[in-house]
Structures are given as structure tokens and as C-alpha cells.
Design a protein around this ligand. Structure first.
Ligand SMILES: CCCCCC/C=C\CCCCCCCC(=O)NCCO
Length: 562
């Protein structure tokens, strides 16, 4: 009997070992085949990009040969309002403008890796563009961030799992832009899974900064930032849930507006956390100047958008509010108490504050109420309510990008650890949706108490060195708060980093003097000459007031340089 039992034990051990072996082989085979599938999809997507660039380049060459008199340098120098005027009065042809920007975009892409592909359908659209002469954006080439659906193109959001089928239908904003005579001509790069303010993914690679190739363009609308900053586009479409329009605008020296979420249609705009309602994502324009942002808003806030997406309130652009120059009461923020601004961020605020005061506006100091509570209890708990599971789901079957890895490492912690931590914290942590509206009204009450119309606050910058964005999610404090509050917020360049800023940075300690403060100092080191921006904020649905404030800052800065 003893012999039989021993034999049985040995058999059981052998069987267990064999089962484990088979299991391991199955897992390995699955992993290898998933990896190969991912490689195949990436190859297919990059081949499509290469082919679209090659064909566009050929078309540009053909056009240039038959139109040697096209003055490209002249066209590229024009602001959007000058460009639209000349297109309308016929002194410029849509063909000359289109081929000029196509050539420039390809050129900029070769240096900065900012495009995910050329929209070849734009060549066909150009042939019938004369029928859209009444449109506010007649003949204007517009660049589109990759996460907006465009018919026949992928909307990958930088994740391999989304590279299955090309999209069937244009997003609402792309349709509306076309109906206003704009020509979407190129799709632009973004970070893997969008929830990051760098601009790198395993499909299309890293986009770099037009002012310094050793710096990131920022993200997530980083392809837009780089292309606009490099001069390869005059108007772009981005999206923002934590600063994704404003970070690349700041890092690349262009303007960007995150409107009130709900003002523009998000139909056909892919996000990575659909259904997450605490912090709202929204589309918005990016461009070289504030008037271009305003023109974009005016163009898309039209009956066509309201009828394609009836969930959008039919409120057209308020030109009167944009053009008003009545003196304002402006709150200003120097340090939110969470992320100590870099010396150039702070200098930007102080210089603009002085210009605004000199122009007759009243400036009053402002502090956001309970900033730590807003960031930790409302933003982190709202966005990561599922412990990062949805995001990890999207990363399955593909490598995690080096620009994202540090950020997502904690999401990989075993569920039981995350659950225990959540349980331990739950007595002190309220449910986000229940208290979010209280926080919004508390902030509005503070604005009312100070009697302020708008707010001037620091904008993260200058452009980071590579791989620091994923280590510094805390640095979204100046931007993501306005996604949480759903206040419109825009940013614009006001200066460039000086030797003096760089010297002061050597003494930067941060508000907490912790690891993140040390990372921040390293992230922005070596930035002399890079753009410095400020952020302008208004109350919900007052997008035109936000733009008007931005426009005034832009004018004052321009004037002060004369
Ligand atoms: C202390 C505040 C930390 C907040 C952490 C929130 C959780 C994840 C990090 C988010 C980083 C957001 C970067 C911006 C991404 C963006 O706006 N994407 C737009 C997509 O349309």
C-alpha cells in the first residue's frame, strides 16, 4: 500500500509539473503571438503613414513644377485672419495655400515626427472647394489630432489594440470644419493612451519640440503643438482632459483654448476613459494667435454642428463679448501651493500682471480653494476610480511606451493592494460626483467674493526634458483643475526663458522639497530661449470672455516688445 501511495504521489507530482509546463507554454505562445500581432499592426500603420507621405510629396512636387510662381514664403507668413481674407477676395488661391502648407507640414514632420499620416482625401476635397466659398474657413488647411475620427483613417489613440479597422465616418467637428470650407489635411501624433502630457507611442514614436529637439513637444496634443510651432499648420484641432491642449501649446510656443466641455461636439472624438464623468475631456483649437482660436470657435459654433449633435446647446459665438474692451477685475495666481512654478512661469505672470495693471485693469491676488482636496480627492479619485484598469486594458498586447511607463507602474499593483488602500482611505474620502458640484460652487463663490471676471495663472513650462512627464503627473495641478471645474482656459506665449531664469532655477526647492520637486527642477533644466506661457481662465460658458482676455494679453505683450 505504501508503495502504491508513493507511486501515486510521484504521479501526481509529475502530472502537476506537466500541467504547469503546458500552462507556461500556452501563456508563452499567447504572449509571442500577441506580440507578433502587435508588430504586424504597427508595421501596417507605419507603412500607411509612409505611403501617404510619399504620395503627398509627389503631388506637391507636381504642383510646384506646374506653378513655379507660388509664393510659399509669403503664404506661410500670413496670420489666419490675413489668409482667410486673401482667400475670400481671390488674391490667393486655395490650391497655392494647400500645397504650400502640405509641403511645409511634410518638411516639419521630417524634423519633429509630428504627423501620423496625410489625409489623402484632402486632395479630392481641394478639387471641389470652390463650392464652399461662403464658409468662414474657406480654403484653410487644418491639422487634426489623431484621436478625432476621420473617414478611412485609424483612430488609434496611440494604442495598438485600436488598430483594427479604419474609421467609417468623420467626427462631427471634422464634418463641420469641412462644411465651413476648411481642408483637414494631416493627422497628428499623441501619447500612448492619451492620459499623459508627453507625445510618444509605440506606433508612431516620439514627437520632439520645434524649438529644441532634445525636449518633448508636450502632449497629449503634441503633434499639433510641434506642427504649429514648426510652422507646418495655421490651425489645429486638439483635445484636453488635464491640459492636453495647453501643455503642448505652452511647450511649443503657440496658443490653445480648452473651451467649456459641452460647448463643442465630442461625437467621434475618442477618449481612453469613456464614461468617466468627474473630469471632463473636450475638443478645442490650437493656433499661432488668439484671433485664430476665436475664428475657429465662431466657425464651428454654427447650425450645422447644433443639428449634427443636438446635445450641444445652440449658442453661437458671442462676437460682442470677444470684442469688448471694458476694464476687467482679474484674479492672479502665482503659486497654487502644490506645484511651485519654475522661475520663468512666475516671471511670465508678474510681467503680464504689470502690463494689465498699466492698461487699466484691476488685479487681485487669488488662491484656489482646498487645492490638495481638489487634486487628490476629486481628480485622482475621479480619473482613477477603477484603479487604472481601463487604461491597462488598452495597453494589453503591446509594449508600454518608455514615456508612459513610470506613470502606469502603480496601476499594475495587485488588485488586493489597491482595494486595501482604497478601503483604508474610504472613511476620509468622499464620493467624487456627490461633492464635485459643491467644490465647483465653492470656487465660484470665491470668484464672486473677490468680484473677479477672469483669472490669470501660471502655465506649466518650459518644455520638459524627455521622460519626465510620466514622473510628474502632479505637475498637472495648474491645468487639470479647470477640467475638473469645467471652466474655459486658454494659454498663450508671453516670453522666452532667460539666462537669469535658468540661474534662479538652480535654487529651486519646490513647495514640498520632495522627490517630485527634484524631478521638476531636472525636467525644466536647460531651457534658455524656450517659450514661456500664461494661462487665462473664465467662468463656465464664458469662452468668448476667456478669448477676449487672452487677446488683450497678447496685444499688451506685443506692444511691450516694440
Ligand atoms: C495631483 C494631481 C494628479 C492628477 C493625476 C490624475 C491621473 C492621471 C494623470 C493624468 C495626466 C493628464 C495629462 C493630460 C492628458 C490630457 O489632457 N489628455 C487629453 C485627451 O483628450
Amino acid at each position: 500500500l505504501e508503495h502504491v501511495i508513493r507511486l501515486d504521489k510521484r504521479t501526481a507530482a509529475l502530472l502537476t509539473a506537466a500541467a504547469c509546463g503546458v500552462g507556461a507554454v500556452v501563456v508563452l505562445v499567447q504572449k509571442v503571438s500577441r506580440h507578433q500581432e502587435a508588430k504586424k499592426r504597427i508595421q501596417k500603420a507605419t507603412n500607411l503613414r509612409t505611403e501617404s507621405l510619399r504620395r503627398a510629396e509627389q503631388e506637391v512636387l507636381r504642383y510646384k513644377q506646374s506653378h513655379p510662381a507660388t509664393s510659399s514664403a509669403n503664404i506661410l507668413m500670413l496670420s489666419l485672419s490675413e489668409l482667410t481674407k486673401q482667400l475670400k477676395d481671390g488674391s490667393l488661391s486655395p490650391e497655392d495655400v494647400f500645397y504650400t502648407y502640405m509641403e511645409k507640414a511634410i518638411d516639419v514632420h521630417k524634423k519633429l515626427n509630428c504627423c501620423t499620416g496625410i489625409i489623402l482625401e484632402s486632395f479630392e476635397q481641394l478639387k471641389t472647394i470652390h463650392s464652399s466659398k461662403e464658409g468662414l474657413l474657406y480654403g484653410v488647411p487644418v491639422s487634426i489630432k489623431e484621436n478625432f475620427d476621420c473617414q478611412n483613417h485609424y483612430t488609434s489613440c496611440g494604442v495598438v489594440i485600436n488598430l483594427d479597422q479604419p474609421i467609417q465616418e468623420d467626427s462631427v467637428l471634422v464634418k463641420v470644419l469641412k462644411s465651413q470650407g476648411a481642408i483637414p489635411f494631416v493627422k497628428t501624433n499623441l501619447p500612448q493612451a492619451l492620459l499623459n502630457y508627453d507625445c510618444s507611442n509605440p506606433i508612431y514614436g516620439q514627437t520632439v519640440n520645434p524649438h529644441n529637439l532634445q525636449k518633448t513637444s508636450g502632449g497629449s496634443s503634441g503633434g499639433e503643438g510641434a506642427l504649429l510651432g514648426g510652422g507646418g499648420s495655421v490651425l489645429g484641432l486638439g483635445s484636453d482632459i488635464g491640459g492636453s491642449i495647453r501643455f503642448p501649446a505652452s511647450f511649443c510656443g503657440v496658443c490653445g483654448l480648452k473651451p467649456t466641455a459641452g460647448r463643442l461636439s465630442s461625437k467621434g472624438l475618442k477618449t481612453i476613459l469613456p464614461g468617466q464623468k468627474s473630469v471632463l475631456s473636450c475638443p478645442g483649437p490650437m493656433a499661432k494667435d488668439v484671433d485664430s482660436l476665436a475664428l475657429f470657435m465662431q466657425a464651428v459654433l454654427c447650425d450645422h454642428m447644433f443639428s449634427l449633435d443636438p446635445t450641444i446647446p445652440p449658442v453661437p459665438f458671442n462676437v460682442q463679448m470677444y470684442q469688448s474692451r471694458k476694464p476687467l477685475r482679474i484674479g492672479y495666481l502665482e503659486n497654487d501651493g502644490y506645484t511651485q512654478p519654475s522661475p520663468s512661469m512666475l516671471r511670465g505672470i508678474r510681467e503680464v500682471k504689470a502690463l494689465l495693471e498699466r492698461a487699466g485693469h484691476t488685479l487681485v491676488p487669488y488662491k484656489p480653494p482646498r487645492i490638495k482636496y481638489a487634486l487628490h480627492e476629486l481628480i485622482v479619485r475621479g480619473v482613477l476610480a477603477d484603479g487604472g484598469a481601463t487604461m491597462l486594458q488598452k495597453l494589453k498586447g503591446s509594449p508600454v511606451d518608455p514615456a508612459l511607463i513610470e506613470q502606469v507602474k502603480p496601476y499594475y499593483l495587485p488588485k488586493w493592494i489597491k482595494k486595501t488602500m482604497s478601503f483604508l482611505l474610504s472613511p476620509v474620502s468622499p464620493r467624487v460626483p456627490a461633492v464635485l458640484s459643491d467644490y465647483i460652487h465653492e470656487t465660484i463663490a470665491e470668484w464672486r467674493r473677490l468680484d473677479i471676471d477672469v483669472l490669470l495663472c501660471p502655465m506649466l513650462g518650459p518644455a520638459f526634458n524627455f521622460f519626465y512627464c510620466s514622473r510628474l503627473t502632479c505637475a498637472v495641478s495648474y491645468t487639470m483643475i479647470y477640467n475638473l471645474l469645467n471652466f474655459p482656459a486658454g494659454c498663450l506665449p508671453v516670453s522666452t526663458v532667460t539666462e537669469q531664469d535658468e540661474e534662479e532655477l538652480r535654487h529651486y526647492k519646490g513647495n514640498y522639497q520632495d522627490m517630485w520637486d527634484r524631478h521638476f527642477k531636472k525636467a525644466v533644466t536647460g531651457s534658455v530661449g524656450l517659450p514661456v506661457a500664461v494661462q487665462c481662465v473664465a467662468l463656465p460658458w464664458h469662452d468668448e470672455l476667456c478669448l477676449r482676455f487672452m487677446k488683450e494679453v497678447e496685444e499688451l505683450v506685443k506692444e511691450s516688445r516694440k
